[in-house]
Ligand binder design. Structure first.
Ligand code: ZN
Length: 463
């Protein structure tokens, strides 16, 4: 079996990946906060996780994959741990309940993932459906002396965790404790809420009783509680966007490892940002793009998926109309070949498959794997075998090429249609010279004709 090398944020180096248990790789990724449309950067991260999962499946592993749905507790200031719950913001904006907002955006998110070709996780876990597990974990931390109480909640005491900040290499998190920042009642700037109390006199839409008083869980605790419930106290791979490293994932590690005394995650995999030209996409810059924007501009979800495959997941991806257009042209050429190649069982090219395996095993190097696909397309294999090889690659790319329908005959130019009829007649009369001549003529119009048991099959010449 090819050895899979993955870049691990924890060690800042590529390491050979082997799962803890032979039975299945355990994989967790942080899902969306469902109070708003997700932007295309979130979908890029989700596709990176999907590519990772498909690569593991390709190399023969079983994968047990969980994604959470944050439907409570994510505050507008998620670094400082203050502000308003984003779900309540969404509820006010749309004039419906927080729960209705959550379900609406969860549904939209899942629908977009389906269009993008992602394999759904084994389980979607909602934070609001795991309140007991979160309370149990906080109680465990409390028993071990890692928590303290302020007037607005129960906090994690990050100074008690000697490893705090190891994922981000942030000894500075502690240094900042001495800086003059307003930490409110917190002992240190990096301390974070495990449980927040509902403000006195305010009835929240989402609140639950707890040993400390009525309130709701902090954002970070949900991921630790749900990951450990379904995947065990030590999981193989935890993935997410790089923006989650310094706070969210740092805090997940702190609370999980202090509670269990065990390593929480063996491999941390982080995807880079999407940028527009040179600029990071962000709400404050007002340049946030959604999947709706992609389709409104005339691109398909597959065009966007193809575009993401062309850039390594740890590099920033520039999404512009021009980059999408180039991706669309390339994707269409591949799609057209697959649509029109004869639908017979072919033989996968072993040499190309080895090159493909080598690329994806090198920290999911999809740009190199895509280059192998083009080698196959331009190579000298028969169309039947090219199709078989490309469809085998697509089990990892997830471009859903297998689902493409054959081009209808009306998609061909009239002149080509007429030449095909002539050639068909020539072959029926066993006039092979005329048949060959007509094949050359069809080629001058940009089409290659092949003879299959089902008759003539036409593909567009790519070059
Ligand atoms: Zn998370």
């Amino acid at each position: 079996m090819t050895e899979l090398n993955l870049f691990n944020t924890l060690s800042r180096s590529k390491e050979i990946f082997k799962p803890l248990k032979k039975s299945a790789v355990t994989l967790y990724n942080c899902g969306p906060t469902v109070y708003h449309d997700q932007h295309i950067g979130n979908f890029r991260t989700a596709m990176t996780v999907d590519i990772l999962k498909r690569t593991l499946l390709h190399f023969g592993y079983q994968v047990k994959h969980i994604t959470n749905i944050t439907d409570v507790g994510h505050l507008t200031d998620d670094v400082g741990g203050t502000g308003e719950d984003k779900m309540e913001v969404g509820a006010r904006r749309e004039g419906v309940s927080a729960r209705a907002v959550a379900r609406k955006y969860e549904k939209l998110y899942k629908a977009d993932l389906t269009l993008l070709g992602n394999i759904p996780p084994f389980k979607w876990t909602r934070a609001t459906e795991h309140i007991d597990e979160q309370i149990a974990l906080i109680k465990k931390l409390e028993r071990k002396g890692y928590t303290y109480r302020t007037s607005d909640g129960i906090y994690f005491d990050s100074v008690r965790d000697t490893d705090y900040g190891k994922l981000a290499g942030l000894k500075s998190m502690k240094l900042r404790a001495g800086a003059r920042v307003d930490v409110g009642e917190k002992k240190n700037p990096s301390d974070f809420a495990l449980w927040k109390f509902a403000a006195a006199g305010v009835k929240r839409q989402m609140e639950w009783p707890s040993p400390w008083g009525v309130g709701f869980p902090g954002w970070h605790i949900e991921c630790s509680a749900m990951a450990m419930k379904y995947l065990g106290e030590t999981i193989d791979i935890h993935a997410g966007g790089i923006d989650l490293i310094p706070v969210h994932h740092t805090n997940e590690i702190a609370q999980s490892e202090c509670a269990t005394g065990k390593l929480f995650v063996r491999f941390w995999v982080h995807g880079a940002f999407v940028i527009e030209g040179e600029e990071k996409m962000s709400k404050s810059k007002g340049n946030v793009k959604t999947m709706e924007w992609i389709t409104a501009e005339g691109f398909s979800p597959q065009d966007y998926r193809y575009l993401t495959l062309q850039t390594h997941y740890r590099k920033e991806l520039s999404v512009t109309i021009e980059s999408l257009r180039a991706a669309q042209v390339a994707y269409n050429q591949i799609a057209e070949f697959i649509r029109n190649a004869p639908r017979r069982a072919g033989v996968v090219n072993k040499e190309k498959m080895a090159a493909f395996d080598c690329a994806i095993a090198d920290d999911l190097n999809m740009p190199r794997a895509i280059a192998v696909l083009w080698d196959v397309l331009r190579g000298s294999d028969t169309a039947v075998n090219k199709r078989a090889t490309i469809l085998a690659f697509d089990e990892v790319f997830g471009l859903q090429l297998k689902r493409l329908k054959k081009d209808s005959a009306d998609a061909l130019p009239d002149v080509v249609k007429k030449l095909l009829i002539d050639r068909n007649n020539a072959r029926a009369n066993k006039n092979w010279a005329a048949s060959d001549h007509l094949r050359s003529e069809i080629r001058t119009h940009g089409f290659d004709v092949m003879d299959t048991p089902e008759g003539q099959s036409v593909v567009r010449v790519l070059y």
